[in-house]
Design a protein around this ligand. Structure first.
Ligand code: WT7
Length: 572
């Protein structure tokens, strides 16, 4: 029997969630639409809802963003953020931007990232973010597929873009944030901002108009462009209140990068829409630096991921060297939060870490351990009011409690993705018999809590990030010595899973330490750090179906010493 930890004393949940059962029974999304003046004549803009709303209120001089770089720090009020993003929206408008144009940001977590993201949304264009660790391949996949017309980057990162720029016919304008003298086909961001007006007529969008997009990995093919709509702000707002428990005086730190959905929905939009002060730390993971951020900024609400908490746990009692007494609520997302970490959190921070579950595609939190409810360590929690989640079998029928099945949702919530960019077939694959299928396996206890079991597909969850095996395999087989590669997630104490690659060598090549280190170097230049295989194994053949597809589940079963399962469709 798992322990149930009572809620932390310092929690002040939104009134609607003081009684979860009642809220789940009675809540309707239209209540959330009515609660706040989101709409003007049926129209809205996600950036105005998040930031401008406060810039025009008594909160205008409240700090919206505390930015901490490695050796400098800055802060921006809601009014400043609103003005700066208006300026950038004017800059974009002067270049002839049109609604629906794709504008991608390729930057570290610098203030310009946040300003330009909001500015793009204000013009009605679609904002895309890319993690600064991406190499040319990852950039090409995103910029080419989306047909991005604009890119915002810096003098260092732009070098990677130039490696592929000739293959990006749609890319017209490149903004560089840290150069005044730029090449003819580039625009200096600081120069352009100097003369831009602070007032801008924010585009009034229909709720279903696209606002931002993020690429995410599936089992097969290249990453897919998940497109989100302006209406998503409604769910991001209410879940920030209900789940993250953000209130007026909170100082909130989300450790996720805006290159991933958590850094967009809960690193910017949700918390700002609640009028909260957000801390951004543009630096590497390091236990002392992290605890130092909490102490220096007096962080009260902290949203991070299981791997980060496990890395902190490995750092022993480092937390004792810092004053973390301002913390009052901690949340986690992205991969299973094992019970051990929850118990460690109790020891280190004197409060439970609250797990919650969602996906890039869902744009907002779906299932959570609420501040107002006991935490069941190891369990993801219960669906938010307005979400109906179920465990179903292969035919879309509900299965009994405590039975493993596919985790499914009714896709009728505001932050549900609008589309997969230019790929309606892929989008359609998510839906079956009225359900949206998450691709995850789970079960539900009769008390209503959901337990995550694993992915239903071959997608790898490593250090809280989602990696498609196909992308890693594609990078590997570009090495001249490799003819075939199969990639799996292998359970790992720290990272949840690590990436393991099985490779078949071309004739004339023999396994050796030199060859392995050459392959390692090669893939490092092609894949972002998180997608890089930590283990290699040379094999003679890979298990395949008769149609020639690599059967990763067999590689995984063999690696873990598990039963191999049905092999009737296999080649040999
Ligand atoms: C996949 C989505 C949206 C948050 C960042 C990840 C896994 C997410 C949990 C959790 C166990 C989780 C699922 C999901 N996942 N949260 N609390 N417990 N697994 O977004 O990159 O789209 O990944 O992450 O497998 O489908 P993402």
């Amino acid at each position: 029997m798992e322990t149930i930890i009572e809620k932390s004393r310092t929690i002040v949940p939104d009134p609607i969630l003081r009684d979860y059962d009642d809220a789940s029974r009675t809540f309707q999304w239209k209540d959330a639409y009515d609660r706040i003046e989101w709409f003007d004549d049926g129209r809205l803009n996600i950036a105005a809802s998040a930031v401008d709303r406060h810039a025009g209120s008594w909160r205008k001089n409240k700090v919206a963003l505390y930015w901490q770089g490695n050796d400098r720090a800055r802060k921006y009020t809601f009014l400043e953020l609103s003005n700066l993003s208006n300026q950038f929206a004017n800059v974009l408008t002067d270049t002839g931007i049109e609604k629906g144009d794709r504008v991608f940001i390729f930057l570290p977590r610098v203030p310009e990232l946040y300003v330009s993201f909001l500015g793009i949304l204000k013009t009605g264009a679609i904002a895309g973010t890319m993690f600064a660790a991406f190499g040319p391949e990852g950039l090409y996949d995103r910029l080419h597929d989306s047909g991005a017309r604009y890119l915002i980057t810096d003098s260092e990162l732009k070098k990677r873009v130039y490696e592929i720029k000739d293959d990006l016919p749609d890319l017209e304008h490149i903004f560089v944030i840290d150069e005044i003298d730029v090449a003819d086909d580039e625009i200096s961001y600081p120069e352009a901002m100097k003369t831009a007006s602070r007032t801008f007529d924010v585009a009034k969008m229909r709720p279903e108009d696209p606002a931002f997009m993020l690429y995410t990995s599936g089992t097969t093919g290249k990453p897919k462009g998940v497109v989100h709509k302006h209406l998503a702000i409604v769910q991001q707002h209410v879940t920030t209140e209900w789940v993250l428990d953000l209130h007026e005086d909170d100082i909130y730190w989300c450790t996720a990068d805006p290159g991933w959905v958590t850094g967009v929905s809960y690193g910017m939009l949700g918390p700002w829409s609640c009028g909260s002060s957000v801390v951004v730390y543009d630096g590497r993971f390091d236990p002392d630096a992290w605890y130092g951020i909490i102490e220096r900024y007096q962080v009260s609400v902290w949203y991070s991921a299981p791997t980060a908490f496990r890395m902190l746990m490995r750092a022993g009692e480092a937390y004792k060297n810092y004053d973390l007494s301002t913390l009052r609520h901690i949340c986690s997302v992205g991969e299973p939060l094992n019970a051990e970490i929850v118990h460690w959190g109790m020891k280190a921070f004197e409060m439970p870490i609250h797990d919650n579950y969602w996906q890039t595609e869902t744009g907002g939190i779906l299932i959570a351990n609420y501040p107002s409810m006991p935490v069941k360590p190891g369990w993801m929690g219960k669906p938010i009011p307005g979400i109906s989640a179920a465990i179903v079998d292969g035919d879309g029928n509900r299965v009994p409690y405590n039975t493993e099945g596919d985790l499914a949702l009714t896709p009728d919530f505001p932050s549900m993705m609008l589309a997969i960019w230019k790929n309606p077939a892929k989008y359609a694959e998510y839906f079956k018999k009225g359900w949206y299928l998450t691709g995850d396996r789970a079960l539900q206890h009769e008390d209503g809590y959901f337990l995550f079991i694993g992915r239903a597909d071959d997608v790898i969850l490593t250090a809280g990030e989602r990696v498609g095996p196909f992308e890693v395999e594609s990078a590997l087989i570009e090495h001249p010595a490799i003819v075939e590669a199969g990639v799996i997630g292998k359970p790992d104490q720290l990272r949840g899973e690590i990436i393991k690659a099985f490779v078949v060598l071309a004739p004339g090549y023999e396994p050796s330490d030199d060859l392995e280190s050459d392959i390692r170097k090669f893939v490092k230049t092609r894949l972002a750090g998180h997608a890089y295989p930590r283990e290699f194994e040379f094999v003679k053949t890979l298990p395949k179906t008769r149609s020639g597809k690599i059967v990763r589940r067999m590689l995984r079963a063999k690696e873990l010493g598990l039963p191999i399962g049905d092999i009737s469709t296999l080649e040999e």
